[in-house]
Design a binder for this molecule. Structure first.
Ligand code: NAD
Length: 257
């Protein structure tokens, strides 16, 4: 029996089969979960195509986190299919190019606002809309994906600021959701070669440094360790853990040089 047997899990952020969310969906199904996906904008048809690589093929619900009505539609769609929810993965990030330029002063407020709205704020309306369903779930769990925001990275700039906001927000969300028995945690992943990562100009620098410094080594093309850790946090095996940030980075964060 898998560790997610009988669980109903919503996974956002599957863009293609390299997405961290896709790997998570695959592992979640292997561990016995029923899975629903969300897709976004023009990527929706790609998500629907990639969903067919999962068995059984999950439904894909539209969710653009900048469109408030989509959260209501999402909650209605989840209610219709599952009636209650045991877990959610927030695997969503975006920053306009100006936010990822090496010059931190280049981006104006509009671009920064987009980065913050999509990559950090969106966790709040997502959880808010799904909270009544999560309350009815069993040992419910919300997970977000982080990239260590305690230091500055080359080119990551406003995305790093958004991740710092996400880290803080996850603690406030844990505080609120905990009153209803819902856990909220983040997984801080090492660099992974995905579409989102390709938009970060300094990304190849992270990759080369990471594998050398991480005590356990690091493979930027293998999402399995991140997926398995997310699944563990979605399971009943961390029942008293919330407001936590778990590093899944080969141990890189613990080593100075
Ligand atoms: N790849 C890495 O190195 C890495 C490391 C640590 C954390 N993360 C985080 O993991 C998460 C998933 O990213 P990924 O690396 O799998 O890349 P990805 O490109 O596969 O996923 C990013 C997702 O965000 C979605 N998205 C963007 N704008 C959206 C919007 N307005 N509404 C709804 N969805 C939207 C995209 O459709 C896509 O599915 C992100 O939060 C990212 O910051 C990635």
């Amino acid at each position: 029996m898998g560790i997610l047997e009988g669980k109903r899990i919503l996974i956002t952020g599957v863009l293609n089969d390299q997405s961290l969310a896709f790997a998570t969906a695959r592992v979640a199904q292997a561990e016995g979960a029923q899975v629903l996906l969300t897709g976004f904008g023009r990527g929706m048809s790609i998500t629907q195509r990639v969903a067919r690589k999962l068995d059984p093929t999950p439904d894909v619900i539209e969710l653009d986190v900048t469109v408030p009505e989509h959260f209501d539609n999402l909650a209605a769609a989840v209610t219709e299919r599952f009636g209650a929810l045991d877990g959610v993965l927030h695997s969503i990030g975006f920053a306009p190019a100006a936010c990822l330029d090496d010059d931190i002063f280049l981006a104006g407020w509009e671009d920064v606002a987009t980065a913050l709205q999509v990559s950090a704020y969106s966790l709040a309306p997502l959880v808010k809309s799904l909270l009544p369903l999560l309350e009815k779930g069993s040992c419910p769990s919300v997970i977000g994906l982080d990239f260590d925001a305690t230091v500055a990275w080359p080119g990551y700039n406003w995305m790093g600021v958004a991740k710092a906001a996400l880290e803080s927000l996850s603690r406030y969300m844990a505080r609120e959701a905990g009153k209803r028995g819902v856990r909220v945690n983040l997984v801080s992943a090492g660099p992974m070669r995905t579409i989102a990562a390709k938009s970060v100009p300094g990304f190849s620098d992270f990759e080369s440094v990471w594998d050398g410094r991480a005590p356990l080594g690091w493979t930027a093309t293998d999402p399995e360790p991140v997926a398995r850790s997310v699944v563990a946090l979605l399971s009943d095996f961390f029942p008293a853990t919330t407001g936590e940030l778990i590093h899944v980075d080969g141990g890189f964060h613990a080593i100075g040089a």
